[in-house]
Design a protein around this ligand. Structure first.
Ligand code: SF4
Length: 270
């Protein structure tokens, strides 16, 4: 399914680097206690644990405190792009008058990074050679949208979204024969362990708490699926499509879980 050899640095600038950020996600976004964050908080208000240097005061305690929302969140590198490239001389802490703009640009860059993540995954696949020139063009356009503040202001997110969706739908069609655009029924806590799934379409599915222990998942599509507390211990996900680090961080797994290229095994997976 994958072209060989894979470029080990393909996703480098989509990996989070909190040290190069100013803690934007911990201030810009709305979050709630019920989703595993320390408090109910409005968008734009810094978390009580966020330090002036943009780092988390309780970072080493997040697991002990069961702050799963904080552990699972992944900005796909949007935080460091905004801090280092778009606003290199002005963090939101130093320039409160720019705060709103910085936060809304972060949300935009996050969406652009999400599109890049999916499109870059497509470039690793065999059998989509005829789509490659469109994908490459779109990737260049998306990346140039955050070269500077002006480009970001002028870029049309709906247009980029629409073109990305067309490509993802086409790739989904080719890799999962059962793929359908129709909404799926929720499948909370379903038993799927020790089974083989080939080209199954779980895109946009609510699979919270389901059990996929020791399953073989071959060319299974997880685009946008809710995988919170889904158990993938011992499962083979190597050939799954459109998984993100955030989905994997929210799931359960172990050392035997086989992940697709470019995804990191969460530290909590023993
Ligand atoms: S607890 Fe730490 S990681 Fe979680 S939102 Fe607050 S500052 Fe961010």
């Amino acid at each position: 399914m994958y072209k060989q050899p894979l470029d080990p640095h393909l996703m480098d600038d989509l990996l989070i680097d909190c040290q190069s950020c100013s803690g934007i996600c911990c201030a810009a976004l709305y979050f709630s206690k019920i989703d595993g964050f320390p408090q109910d908080k409005k968008a734009g208000v810094p978390c009580v644990h966020l330090c002036q240097d943009g780092l988390c005061a309780i970072h080493s305690d997040l697991t002990k405190r069961r702050l799963t929302g904080c552990i699972q969140y992944d900005c796909l590198g949007a935080g460091q792009i905004v801090t280092q490239s778009l606003y290199p001389k002005a963090t939101w802490q130093e320039y409160p008058d720019k705060k709103e703009r910085i936060f809304s640009d972060f949300v935009k860059v996050f969406q652009l990074q999400q599109m890049r993540w999916y499109l870059l995954q497509c470039t690793c696949l065999k059998g989509i050679e005829d789509l490659l020139s469109d994908i490459t063009l779109l990737l260049t356009e998306i990346k140039s949208a955050f070269i500077n503040q002006e480009c970001l202001k002028n870029c049309s997110l709906p247009n980029l979204h629409e073109r990305t969706n067309i490509i993802l739908k086409e790739v989904s069609r080719r890799f999962s024969h059962q793929w359908s655009e129709r909404p799926k029924k929720p499948m909370f806590s379903k038993k799927f362990d020790h089974q083989q799934f080939v080209e199954t379409d779980f895109s946009m599915s609510l699979l919270i708490g389901s059990d996929f222990k020791n399953s073989q998942l071959i060319r299974v599509n997880f685009l946008g699926a809710d995988l919170r507390q889904v158990d993938f211990s011992g499962a083979n996900l190597y050939e799954c499509l459109f998984l993100t680090q955030g989905q994997i961080n929210a799931a359960i797994g172990n050392q035997k879980t086989k992940l697709p290229p470019y995804l990191k095994r969460p530290d909590s997976w023993k």
